[in-house]
Write a protein that binds this ligand. Structure first.
Ligand code: SAH
Length: 341
């Protein structure tokens, strides 16, 4: 078994059920995460008996970096999994530190009309170790400490909910990755039942929702998931989330030329979110050669922003860090796997 597939709790239970002590799990975790020791034989405070048990049962998994695209603000990595599937993650250099955008699945089944990730259907969910090792692999490669993580790469994290829940445990555990809850963000296209479950976890982890349209007529056209969960269902779930956690929700809004970028759309969006603990992050669309869709021009983006502002909505325009890389979500993998077709 890959040791990175265990949360602390799971490792404790596994060791205890095999006759070892609960605190042995913490000892192992400290060797791995604090001291960077990846050889059970070098974990000198463990008994011989435990070491041979661990050697027999576990290995230290890793991910292979097979391609890196670099720019001054962001680096993009193509990673290969043990079964040769490929995923990608992006390291962004912010003034407050390094932030890593990770993938949650191989491909995606949500089928959004503008997104490269969904052009290649979901092959499978990522395991806990594959989620965690994206962080560890990039940290080791760059010899840099990652201070925040966003789950906004390939895949729909709430379609891999159980592993994302375990991933949150590993990332936020001080003895393990040790990134604070408030420095972790999960982005979903709006799987409503999972928003409720996530709210009930009552963590301080940030939630972002890809809304991209102010009404169902437009959203139906660009996001298949809207046939299952309507905007009002999402808003109701977010009200519940905010009530439970008192955390501000990010509403993501891609600007697509002639589709969702009119002044009326901006007013409609304002009515939807104003007076709620939400803020809108306007995302200039990153065009790809596979879709007809175009990015709204800067003037329209600014106008949209101004209308939200005038309506007292908290709003920012996302700084573009990777548009010169194949950094549209899923693009690097799609270029390799889909051979551009
Ligand atoms: N499935 C999740 C997380 C992955 S997508 C979600 O839908 O939120 C992360 C974000 O990138 C989403 O807001 C998605 O709509 C957006 N996105 C996808 N393709 C894009 C592109 N070409 N340009 C800009 N944003 C894009």
């Amino acid at each position: 078994m890959n040791i990175y597939d265990f949360t602390l709790n799971e490792l404790e239970n596994y060791l205890v059920s095999n006759g070892f002590k609960k605190f042995n799990a913490t000892q192992i975790i400290e060797w791995m995460y604090e001291k960077g020791v990846y050889d059970f034989n070098k974990m000198t405070n463990l008994s011989k008996n435990l070491i041979s048990f661990l050697c027999e049962k576990f290995y230290f998994g890793h991910l292979e970096i097979i391609e890196v695209e670099k720019s001054n603000l962001a680096n993009k990595y193509l990673l290969e999994l043990n079964d040769h599937n490929k995923i990608e993650c992006v390291l962004m250099n912010h003034d407050y530190g390094y932030s890593l955008c990770i993938s949650s699945q191989v491909g995606c089944n949500m089928g959004c009309a503008f997104c490269e990730s969904g052009r290649l259907k979901k092959v499978r969910d990522l395991t806990l170790s594959e989620l965690v090792l994206q962080i560890i692999t990039v940290e080791k490669y760059e010899k840099k400490r990652i201070t925040s993580v966003v789950v906004m790469g390939i895949g729909e994290p709430f379609d891999n909910y159980n592993n994302i829940k375990r991933f949150i445990e590993v990332v936020t555990n001080n003895k393990m990755i040790g990134i604070g809850q408030r420095h972790l963000t999960i982005s979903t296209c709006g799987l409503v039942p999972k928003i409720y479950e996530f709210a009930d976890l009552e963590t301080g982890v940030n939630l972002a929702v890809s809304l991209h349209a102010p009404n169902n007529a437009i959203r139906d056209k660009i996001m298949k998931i809207n046939h299952a969960y309507k905007i009002e269902d999402i808003m109701k779930a977010l009200d519940y989330y905010i009530e439970k956690t008192n955390r501000r929700v990010t509403i993501e809004y891609i600007m697509l030329d002639g589709i969702n970028d009119s002044e009326e759309c901006a007013r409609e969006l304002s009515r939807l979110v104003k007076d709620k603990l939400m803020y809108v992050n306007i995302i200039p669309y990153n065009e790809t050669s596979h879709f007809e869709l175009k990015r709204s021009n800067d003037f329209k983006i600014k106008r949209f922003y101004d209308i939200l502002k005038m309506n007292n909505v908290n709003v920012t325009i996302r700084k573009e860090m990777g548009s010169n890389l194949s950094a549209a979500c899923g693009q690097l993998r799609a270029n390799v796997e889909g051979s551009g077709k």
